[in-house]
Design a protein around this ligand. Structure first.
Ligand code: M6R
Length: 621
């Protein structure tokens, strides 16, 4: 996720762009840049002035305060790196060989490697390691005095997700944007036009915006906005009046980042899977693992280390890797791992899972593992952070910045990577798994369909009603118990952690089979017990646990699969999930638990995005 702002008009472009980027900093903050077309002075022609810097927007801002860039047409960007580490070279804007076209991009270009190769053969010179740079060279290749036409031709060759904003020094009265899969909006004022990834960037200037749809190109001139499609048809687009203030708009109208991030999960998972499943769905594509391919042949064991939510993802990973690839997996909380004496050697792969890439215990665990000769693979959301830098290989989740302290979209994206990794290892180490009735193609097709299923769940009003009803009834409870089995035992732990950290209600997550070994003593008519019971191989066992709770007059909130009428006779409340292959259920079962925690915390008046005593990134022991 990155932020884009573009401006054309009479104002000082630098001021508009920087002010807009400030409002989009939540979308990315590892580097920032602007490109502004200088005014023509006398005989001196206008030229593209570009300033960009690694680090937070403030660094760029300081430079621009000292050496301002004058001009009334410009584009700008705050970056959240996906391809190419966050340094100044990889920061946007990128510009073409002839220094006449500049471009900023939000999204991922899936086929950038093949495009780059052919552009290099044609003589284009690349300056960065980004996927984005192919776009500006493609536009340059097709440019013949009409920017939108060159963009249209370039986009026809591109696979992936993008929102772009482009300027060209030969057309100083034109700002062009296009979108497919990443958001872009246009706004107009008196003889001026704006482009932005999100509404808050424009609210200081206009509250009337046009939302671009997939495959649309916006051409802004001082005369107004024209929207076209890839076939060159001119479209009649409706303007929308925005009633939010800027702070609300930053959260896209959601009251908290956590709720926004819960709703971003379908897009975040799609981005994480993008380019990692072959078009025929027969293969997992993880070129990041190339350097480990030889090692995998002799690998004997995997140890996963992580903390908090990432540890829960690791627990799901164990089930998956052992089931599909038949490789033994241990999962350790990093703070335990680093202080025990684990048995590791050069045939061990240690997988460090971390959203931030900076968690002190996970980093220390990684150091200990390295000293023992193990290979290190990290799964991380922040490009260029410490843990990936010290790993032998990295698979990035592309969740975009997660602002709320309580992790939601990073978790489901970690799951997405772990499913891919388990299928990848199974293809290498246990290919016979994918003989009938289990085809890899079926699994990968199901995996790609997960974002749509989460979307379906999030749009279901009946479920929201049940969650709201549970919130009203139980927000004053002293405790919650979460029970799950097999792949959803980690979901129970994650549900309990979510409610604990944001609503400050004590909660326990348990493997349901453990209930009779202790926690059953807690069951009483005041204790809500969340029972995760999708229609999987342990469904009947979960039903027995539910009966045991009911027999002791406990309150049962079941998370089940749609159509399961039976469970409703045995539960006080049921939240229904869309039907999917149960092996993928952890993606769905966790979402109602995130929402339940969220609404209970909101009802209790808690500071949801910044819960007390917690930090987003735990960089100290
Ligand atoms: O950045 P990391 O994934 O390494 O962080 C690990 C934990 O600190 C983190 O998951 C924490 O438990 C979250 N607050 C959970 O919502």
């Amino acid at each position: 996720m990155c932020g884009i702002v573009g401006y054309i008009g009479k104002r000082n472009a630098q001021e508009v762009l920087i002010k807009g980027l400030r409002r989009l900093e939540y979308r990315g903050y590892d580097s920032a840049g602007v490109a502004i077309l200088s005014d023509k002075v006398g005989k001196r022609p206008s030229r593209l002035q570009i300033e960009k810097r690694a680090g937070k927007l403030g660094i760029l801002e300081n430079i621009l305060t000292q050496k301002p860039l004058a001009g009334n047409l410009g584009i700008s960007h705050v970056r959240w790196a996906t391809h190419g580490i966050p340094n100044t070279k990889n920061a946007h804007p990128h510009w073409c060989c002839a220094n006449r076209i500049a471009l900023v991009h939000n999204g991922i270009i899936e086929n950038y490697e093949e495009l780059k190769e052919s552009l290099i053969k044609e003589g284009h010179k690349f300056r960065s390691q980004t996927d984005t740079e192919v776009l500006v060279h493609l536009v340059e290749k097709f440019y013949q005095a009409n920017l939108e036409e060159a963009i249209r031709r370039a986009l026809k060759l591109v696979r992936g997700a993008y929102a772009i904003s482009v300027i060209c020094k030969d057309e100083p009265d034109k700002l062009v944007g296009a979108r497919c899969g990443s958001p872009l909006i246009a706004g107009t004022g008196e003889e001026e036009g704006f482009l932005a990834s999100d509404i808050p960037a424009l609210l200081d200037y206009t509250n009337e915006v046009t939302l671009l749809d997939e495959g649309e190109i916006a051409v802004l001139t001082p005369r107004g906005l024209e929207v076209q499609n890839l076939k060159k048809d001119i479209l009649n687009k409706e303007k929308i009046k925005i009633s939010w203030d800027a702070a609300q708009a930053e959260k896209e109208g959601f009251p908290h980042f956590m709720l926004k991030e819960i709703h971003e999960q379908p897009r975040a998972i799609t981005n994480t899977l993008m380019g990692r499943i072959s078009e025929d769905k027969e293969k997992v594509l993880l070129p990041e693992l190339k350097s480990l391919e030889k090692f995998f042949a002799s690998m004997e064991k995997i140890v996963i280390i992580s903390c908090g939510t990432a540890w829960h993802a690791g627990l799901v990973g164990k089930y998956l890797i052992e089931e599909f690839a038949r490789i033994p997996v241990e999962v350790d909380i990093a703070s335990e791992f680093r202080y025990r004496n684990p048995i590791l050697n050069d045939k061990t792969l240690v997988v460090a899972i971390t959203q931030s890439g900076e968690t002190a215990d996970t980093l220390a665990g990684l150091h200990a593992a390295k000293n023992s000769g193990a290979k290190i693979l990290s799964i991380c959301n922040v490009l260029g952070s410490s843990i990936p830098r010290e790993s032998d290989a990295v698979i990035y989740t592309h969740a975009g910045p997660e602002i709320a302290v309580a992790s939601t979209k990073a978790y489901t994206c970690q799951l997405a990577v772990l499913y891919l990794f388990a299928f990848y290892l199974a293809s290498l180490k246990n290919p016979s798994y994918f003989t009938k009735p289990h085809s890899l193609k079926d699994y990968l097709t199901n995996l790609e369909n997960i974002p749509a299923k989460i979307e379906e769940f999030l749009n279901n009003k009946d479920n929201k009603k049940v969650i709201r009803q549970c919130t009203r009834r139980y927000h004053r409870s002293f405790g919650f118990l979460y029970l799950g089995r097999s792949l959803n035992f980690p979901t129970a732990l994650e549900g309990a952690l979510k409610i604990k950290e944001i609503s400050y209600i004590h909660a326990e997550g348990y493997g349901a089979g453990e209930m009779k070994h202790g926690p059953i003593a807690l069951i009483n008519p005041h204790l809500p017990v969340v029972c995760i019971a999708p229609g999987d191989s342990v469904y009947e066992k979960m039903l027995s646990n539910i009966e045991e709770i009911k027999a002791r007059k406990g309150i049962v909130i079941s998370v089940a699969t749609e159509g399961d009428k039976f469970i409703s006779h045995h539960s006080n409340h049921v939240i229904y999930l869309p039907r999917i292959n149960p092996v993928f259920s952890p993606f769905l079962t966790v979402v109602p638990l995130q929402l339940l925690a969220y609404y209970i915390a909101a009802k209790r008046g808690c500071d949801i995005d910044r819960p007390k005593n917690l930090a987003k990134s735990v960089t100290v022991e």
